[in-house]
Write a protein that binds this ligand. Structure first.
Ligand code: ZN
Length: 154
């Protein structure tokens, strides 16, 4: 049986299916490294990665790779729907070392993706406000004022 097989080597871009949530989380970990964006803990073993939406979905944030970063379950739950820039400051207050450059990159790439793809009318003003806030609150070097050695272990 030698039926000619016309198997397309690769689906053309038009049929592009969005990767599912687990696949996107894996990609985010590969892209950013296996650490929690908020507390910096390594996401291995007992500390499983979860999908963190930079612009919360209740604020209209899309489930796009640009809006998704990896966080540990504890931080993901603790943040709730707090704005990411406010939460960044909150993390520092807790003595954690959040990944500000990752957050900046995520916000900027989401803004670029929205500019390119359009839509997301609800997320736009929220995102703009976060970016403004981030630029205003440049990390004024605050040496030595870390909250002391009271590091909590779960
Ligand atoms: Zn964390």
């Amino acid at each position: 049986m030698s039926r000619p097989r016309a198997v397309p080597a690769d689906e053309p871009a038009r049929g592009q299916r969005a990767p599912d949530r687990a696949a996107r989380l894996t990609l985010a970990v590969e892209r950013d490294g296996p650490t929690c964006i908020w507390c910096g803990r390594e996401l291995t073993g007992l500390v499983a990665p979860t999908t963190e939406h930079v612009v919360p979905r209740v604020k209209g944030g899309p489930s796009w790779p640009e809006n998704e970063v990896a966080a540990c379950r504890r931080c993901n739950a603790a943040r709730g729907h707090t704005g990411p820039v406010q939460w960044l400051a909150e993390c520092r207050g807790r003595g954690w070392i959040p990944d500000e450059s990752r957050l900046t990159r995520a916000l900027e790439s989401l803004a670029a993706a929205i500019a390119c793809r359009g839509g997301q009318r609800r997320a736009r003003p929220y995102l703009d406000a976060q970016l403004r806030r981030l630029r205003r609150s440049t990390p004024a070097g605050d040496p030595g004022s870390a909250a002391g050695p009271g590091r909590r272990r779960a």
